[in-house]
Design a binder for this molecule. Sequence first.
Ligand code: ATP
Ligand code: MG
Ligand code: MG
Length: 678
Amino acid sequence: HAAASSNFLRQIIERDLAAGRHQGRPWGGSPGDADHHARGLPDPARIRTRFPPEPNGYPHIGHAKSIWINFSLAQEYGGVCHMRFDDTNPEKEEQEYVEAILDAVRWLGWSWHAHGTEHLYYASDYFDTMARAARYLIETGHAYVDEQTPEQLRATRGTLTEPGTESPWRHRPVEESLRRWEEMLAGRHPDGAMVVRARIDMASPNLNLRDPAIYRIKHAAHHNTGTRWCVYPMYTFAHPIEDALENITHSICTLEFEDQRPFYDWLLARLVPLLRAPQFARARTRIEGLRAQGVEAAKEFALRCHNAAARVGANTEAERSMAALFARWEHDRDAVLRDLDAFFELLLAELHQFTPLLAEALTAYEPEPFDLPHQYEFARLNLTYVVTSKRKLKALVDEGVVAGWDDPRLPTLAGLRRRGYTPSAIRLFCERTGVSKANGWIDYGTLEVALRDDLEEQAPRAMAVLDPLELRLTNWAEVFGDERHREPCRAPVHPHHPGWGERAFHLGPRVWIERDDFMEQPPKGYHRLYPGNRVRLKYGYVVECTGCEKDADGRVTAVLARLVPDTKSGTPGADAVKVKGVITWVGADEAVAAEIRLYDRLFTDPQPDAGGKDFKALLNPDSLRVVRGWVEPGLGDAAPEQRFQFERHGYFVADRLDHQPGRPVFNRIATLKDGWGG
Ligand code: ATP
Ligand code: MG
Ligand code: MG
């Protein structure tokens, strides 16, 4: 039922598909679909999404959300999700992180292969196109090279209430900007000497539209392109271009980017002639056709341009002159009609200047004249008791607070995997927490509930003693005639799946029980072992406690009890003796010693990095407790990553790296009940 639940992204995609958008669009493939892309064949995918991490750290549970959203939407609607590395920032990116991200996506069960193609892309593979795009914007008057210092750039940006100040370089001749751009490319200037800026509007209420930088100088080697470049695109410039080149239909990101959407659209509209050359050529043919059809068709098209101009706004000189032409429409219609020819001349001569207007006006004739990707935003996942920022996670790793990126206390996917989380539990968690437009916090317990719901039906059961205390059955020889006798016991592998068979183990005169299953002086309501009380050893016999042994410090070293004959579980009359307590145990001479790692939350604060808090001062000193325990004999040869429910204790996994035959190591994934309430 959960998988069918709707969210606003599904609604958007369904709306788009119902309107016939995206389907079979020509030139719709991706660089990977070599034939489709180059020959203008229809897109084999109905929609395209992408997961675009920056390889600057290990992916975490927040990324799992983004992975789930993008891959599951593509899968549900017959589309493809591209795996794309947004590697535009040379200094922080490493191959190790690339591998970790690919591993995590595969582990979660997703694939970026479709229609015979591997859709694995690197933003850095598009650096040539991006540099051409910057040049194109300069040539068309939409960008300039600014030689202000970084301090001046910051100081002239303005504030939310004050407009920015125009740079003295803003109106320099195109040729001069182009010359500087060439020099930047040739490495003739140091870092920070100048930047390429989009020319938009220094008075825009949206700070992201106040002539944002699109290219900067950075003399740094890149993990993919080496030292080929000494200029690198800004993320906000690179990302829309990546999306457009790959023919992404729905570009889904987190809410912080909502204010970037106007720039995303502004940029792609300006780059249409470059990035959508075939469609653009078609548009030109269409316009010429309309003109040739006579004055009525031309008039109607001019009217559509008029409406588009009102909606889109006019930013360049060319657009402004067009807008001025349209402004006369209302009061001097005839004059405009007389000017229709002039209108078409202007339009066709400087077509590339009018793409936003054209896109709007042409939709009446072609559903998607330039089929540009659209950005949609959702609220990022915030999970209590963890930090999900690669930078902060890296600090914990680098400073040795945790054992590595895959430390089971970290919310990295490598950490969650090592902790024992299943891919299906994580997917279930993503589905249940849904997609929202409003930021909020998800309780860590929600992740554990998903884990329990996933493992409850799947995990074989076993008994383990984590804090061992010896229990001696003092009448053993009396009952069975021989101290060396061992009584075979059986238990279901899983109580709901009889077909899975039974576990076999033995009861003997010495068993390990949990230390807190005995109390010399029990409080009221305590039903386990205390002198004079009877309990059942699960799957075994009822025993009656007779006392205990202690060391010189008064610490209990063994519990003494007598076995009650004829009470063996599963035999007739076993229930004749009534008990209120059932305890778990393992036979002392066949149990396997195990290292058991008991993990708890890493931070003591539910929002360790919110509101400028110092998360490193909020560490839980008891986030890891390693104990030596005893497990059922069958667990000695568990496979790494095999998961169990230890009865009464919770879910455990054989550690994927340290667990070895004869040297078992188990990690506690989660207790049986929620312990995170605080
Ligand atoms: P971090 O702050 O941890 O470095 P990021 O957003 O910079 O995260 P990217 O590598 O750029 O990390 O992220 C790849 C994708 O994952 C982006 O689309 C981003 O929006 C998404 N993403 C990252 N963190 C979360 C989160 N907590 N919830 C949902 N999506 C996320
Ligand atoms: Mg990022
Ligand atoms: Mg980041």
